[in-house]
Design a protein around this ligand. Sequence first.
Ligand code: PLZ
Length: 452
Amino acid sequence: MTLVDTPATTTGGPALTQERRLVTAIPGPRSQELMNRKAAAVAAGVGHTLPISVVAAGGGVVVDADGNSLIDLGSGIAVTGVGNSAPRVVEAVSAQLNAFTHTCFTVSPYEGYVAVAEKLNELTPGDHEKRSALFNSGAEAVENAIKIARHYTKKQAVVAFDHAYHGRTNLTMGLTAKNIPYKNGFGPFAPEVYRAPLSYPFRDGGLDGREAAARAITMIEKQIGAENLAAIIIEPIQGEGGFIVPAAGFLPALVEWAQANDVVFIADEVQTGFARTGAWFASEHEGIVPDVIVTAKGIAGGLPLSAVTGRAEIMDSAMAGGLGGTYAGSPIACAAALATIETYEQDGLVERAKEIGSVLIGRLNALRTADPRIGDVRGRGAMVAIELVDPATGAPDAALTNKVAKFAHEHGVILLTCGTYGNVIRFLPPLTISDELLVEGLGVIAEGLKQA
Ligand code: PLZ
């Protein structure tokens, strides 16, 4: 309660009072003031889920300039797994800031980058020899994974899937499935990108994983040809596309086919990676070993860093100087990543993600039993979603989804939606959230559903 009078606290972290607290309407006057400045200064294409002015965040809350404290069920889109301003991250980044801020790793290297690569090679699935390269954003890492796969295979075509999301740069826009808002009017898109059907158990009419994979493989063989295909890229659980968990057996069948056909299998674990799903990486749930794995988001506690990790022979194919970037693998982001990974390890956050998952799945399934508008409850660990439908027809209900999200926002819960049809509510809390806050947040959503 003390924070109400001193909202402009500059330190985040677990010291923040862990409570939902509304002292104004959302957005309050100070937030509104910022939104007015924003409208006059920032390009209109940069939108917001929740128009507040953030001054602090930590544990499971985000505090705004008006003194409101919101329950965070989004983690800045699956980034702050270790929480905002996690103590080890703050300490490591501060030390690095005082030592040096930038040299460019490809000009004069430093240890942090190499240590992050070593850690990624150790933590990612498979015990084969690996190499990593670091970048800034998820999209940049995806682009590099494709560059590397094309160079290695000397082939050009790339297959992405229905409902996929891989980023907003030109190549990754082309890989992304959904038109509005990501692609509309932004073309032309890069050539040699093809789209294959996914396994989407809730809307697949009973196809099992192997059958769905056979459908995709037939399309690939008939329309592209393995001899032209450099890579298959897929999110092991789709994020923006609707938290779609493919049927068991789908991913392993694709991996087998890729390996038999000299096609690089790339797992985009940008959203699923780093403890989020109750495993270090979501590929583990299906026992697959991707040739290349792309990571970002949860890797560095909120600092911009991304990575491509893969089989040594694939990753080493590009010549020295072929990969890089001015800020790629910044020393500050690398310091953050090492502290972040240590936090996942030392604080048992993989286990914590599983616990959060059982709270989420348990409560949401209970809601679903009483409310047929919740067509599906799905996900793994702390990456869970509900798909909202018209109970009579099963048609996606985006209007209901937006109503529930709006209710949550007005009642102090940061809640994200997703899905090709805009009818999925997703839960991505920081792994540092308490059960109390999580359950309180779910209660707000239950009330929102009731009132909608
Ligand atoms: N691959 C699987 O989820 C980013 C997008 C937010 P960047 N998802 C959040 C938005 O609206 O821009 C994402 C992802 C997967 C790649 C990316 C891209 O990561 O760091 O946003 O470039």
